[in-house]
Design a protein around this ligand. Structure first.
Ligand code: PEP
Ligand code: MN
Length: 262
């Protein structure tokens, strides 16, 4: 995935979405798919304001086994329905090799979560699937380890990889993670793959998501993947970091020069 092998930028396309190249791509949606009403309502809002793809977890890697684990296959069907109704391609996390085939039927881009960045069997499986992959940096992974994880997918035959900086674990506790914007600038030099930022998990704080999204655009990221929920107080996961509808609209307003760049 090195620039020494390919000088020009890779653009990863799924449905009508393109990540990489000149336009800043915003992928948005809830942390978890919770119900048809919840998903459709937020999908309409993010689409209206210019998101190019809808995110939503059906299989959730929760720190506590007692927390909501996701809707599973039902959630995948709702994502599929949202895409059919709104024409908004979808991104959702795959957690196990056994889920890859089903996920490929229902969603347009497979997310590898931070906790699975070094699950090499899973990396090989999504590599063989040829579906676009959004690969998140591990909680304590170096940039080199992220690039080598991407090599696993590439080497298995799949060049459609989007890298994602989602914050790393440091000694700082004021925010959920420390968003490593160095990594974005560095990766843009080292690799031809598109790089997106996840300011939601990167900060864990709703009020910090818009400023860090602007920072992501300024540092040269190809886009962001951001959590949004129309009623965050009732969200079944990550409500404290979800942008409300009006906040999402404000975010898109502030990113306009990047989103609309020719
Ligand atoms: C998510 O996108 O909801 C998620 C679980 O992200 P991460 O793997 O970065 O923690
Ligand atoms: Mn989340």
């Amino acid at each position: 995935v090195s620039r020494e092998v390919q000088a020009h930028d890779t653009v990863v396309r799924f449905g009508s979405a393109a990540v990489g190249g000149d336009k800043f791509a915003v992928i948005a949606g809830p942390c978890s798919v919770e119900s048809e009403a919840q998903l459709m309502a937020v999908a309409e809002v993010v689409k209206k304001h210019g998101a190019v793809a809808l995110r939503g977890g059906a299989y959730k890697p929760r720190t506590s086994p007692y927390d909501f684990q996701g809707m599973g296959a039902e959630g995948l069907k709702l994502l599929h329905k949202a895409n059919q109704q709104l024409g908004l391609p979808t991104v959702s996390e795959v957690m196990e090799v056994g889920q890859v085939d089903t996920m490929c039927e229902y969603v347009d881009c497979l997310q590898i979560g931070a906790r699975n960045m070094q699950n090499y069997a899973l990396l090989k499986a999504v590599g063989e699937s040829k579906k676009p992959v959004l690969l998140k940096r591990g909680l304590s992974a170096t940039i080199e380890e992220l690039l080598l994880a991407a090599e696993y997918i590439y080497d298995a035959g799949n060049p459609n990889i989007i890298l994602c900086e989602r914050g790393i674990r440091t000694y700082e506790t004021a925010t959920r993670n420390t968003l490593d914007l160095n990594a974005v600038a560095y990766l843009k030099q080292r690799t031809h793959l598109p790089v997106v930022v996840d300011p939601s998990h990167g900060t864990g704080v709703r009020e910090l998501v818009i400023p860090l999204s602007r920072a992501a655009a300024a540092v040269g990221a190809d886009g962001i993947i951001v959590e949004s929920h129309l009623n965050p107080c009732e969200a079944l996961s990550d409500g404290h970091q979800a942008l409300t509808g009006p906040m999402f609209e404000q975010l898109m307003q502030e990113l306009k020069p990047f989103v609309e760049a020719a």
